[in-house]
Write a protein that binds this ligand. Structure first.
Ligand SMILES: NC(=O)C1=CN([C@@H]2O[C@H](COP(=O)(O)OP(=O)(O)OC[C@H]3O[C@@H](n4cnc5c(N)ncnc54)[C@H](OP(=O)(O)O)[C@@H]3O)[C@@H](O)[C@H]2O)C=CC1
Ligand SMILES: CC(=O)N[C@@H](CCC(=O)OP(=O)(O)O)C(=O)O
Length: 343
């Protein structure tokens, strides 16, 4: 059986990446592609790399144009996504790449996004404890943010095993510029970003902060507090996250390594690297894989975890397709057998 798929936000980075993956997925057929200002144009004129789909005409994003498909991907700005989602049929699988349905706490949503909470959908990060079961058969899925995917996969085993202090967690992560989307913004001009790095969203104000705390809190079964600082790196894709947490009393490096090895041994997309090898964005860009490595800093009494991903693949579209496969009962890795493009 072939599932028919509609993709909204098809002219953007996230929508384009969803379409790149779906073009190689054997169990699906791409139907409507929709967007906003580029409606009426051919997909090939705004996404020239999507050759097999180049002749598709982009439609306006309306509930009518998205109707009649088995699966609808929403890759729209926050808010626009929640609005259209509310108009889609209950029996259609809707997978939202925006943030609208990720947070459980309406208070956290309002504090960080400044608008009305749209509700909470099953969270599309299958590698978190118990999450695959929640995604099987789901008809609504909230795709995690790109930083939360990378950071949660980096820290989950330590939290699940109770090996770190949940309120002493410091994270600094670098992202590529595609994380900000395709629209023109002065601080993202090539001349501003090439050849240098800079922080943004400093001081605990980045909107992924409550999402990361929610994910870690769910695993640990207790309240978690993090300090998160994002930085912008001169690359199109990729996230490299360095997360450190104070060790719980008595935790050893051996216990940590064992917990990570056990948790990720059978995961198709998350890999604890051999000791001494460290994650690099070049090794995962273009793929749905995440690499993880850790070391204990005995002097500081902290574990240092480094994790790398492609923000557009595992961080958005790949995670979305992986979650779709689980929800539809397909083999989880279908359409995602891609390795990084290093160098
Ligand atoms: N980039 C990334 O790494 C990640 C992105 N996401 C999320 O995915 C979503 C899309 O992001 P991204 O692809 O980067 O953004 P882009 O700016 O690249 O694309 C936005 C898309 O949404 C369409 N659009 C804009 N405004 C509206 C509107 N009012 N109604 C309907 N469609 C609209 C645009 O159409 P047009 O061009 O025709 O105007 C375009 O197709 C966002 O919610 C983002 O937060 C999530 C994780 C990571
Ligand atoms: C460089 C840059 O701006 N990156 C984006 C990445 C977030 C993202 O795209 O995720 P959401 O789906 O939660 O919006 C940012 O920090 O906001």
């Amino acid at each position: 059986m072939s599932y028919s798929i509609a993709v909204s936000g098809a002219s953007g980075y996230a929508g384009g990446e969803v379409l790149r993956l779906l073009a190689g997925h054997p169990e699906v057929e791409v139907g409507a592609v929709t967007a906003h200002s580029s409606a009426g144009e051919l997909l090939g004129s705004v996404q020239p790399h999507l050759h097999p789909l180049a002749e598709k005409t982009i439609l306006e994003t309306t509930a009518e144009n998205l109707a009649g498909h088995d699966v609808v991907f929403l890759a729209l700005p926050h808010g626009a996504s929640g609005e259209i989602a509310a108009q889609l049929a209950d029996d259609v699988l809707v997978i939202d790449a925006a943030a609208d349905h990720r947070l459980e706490s309406a208070g956290a949503w309002e504090a960080f996004y400044g608008s009305e909470h749209q509700g909470t959908w099953p969270y599309g990060l299958p590698e978190l404890p118990g999450q695959r079961e929640r995604l099987a058969g789901a008809r609504r899925i909230a795709v995690p943010g790109c930083y939360p995917t990378t950071i949660l996969l980096g820290l989950a085993p330590a939290f699940a095993a109770g090996l770190v202090e949940p309120t002493d967690v410091v994270i600094v992560a670098a992202t590529g510029t595609s994380g900000a989307g395709k629209s023109l913004r002065p601080h993202l001009l090539g001349s501003e970003t090439m050849g240098g790095m800079s922080p943004y969203g400093v001081g605990g104000i980045h909107r992924h902060t409550p999402e990361i705390e929610q994910g870690l809190g769910g695993i640990a079964g207790t309240e978690v507090q993090i300090s998160f600082t994002p930085t912008l790196a001169p690359m199109a894709r990729g996230i490299l996250a360095t997360s450190t947490a104070r060790l719980a009393e008595g935790t050893t490096a051996g216990q940590l390594r064992e917990a990570y090895a056990a948790r990720y041994e059978a995961e198709p997309f998350v890999h604890l690297l051999p000791e001494g090898q460290w994650p690099a964005t070049k090794h995962v860009v273009g793929s749905n894989h995440v690499t993880v490595q850790l070391a204990v800093d005995e002097r500081a009494g902290r574990v240092i975890v480094v994790s790398a991903s492609d923000n557009l693949t595992k961080g958005t579209a790949g995670g979305a397709v992986q979650s779709m496969n689980i929800a539809l009962g397909l083999e989880e890795t279908t359409g995602l057998n891609l390795l990084g493009v290093s160098p």
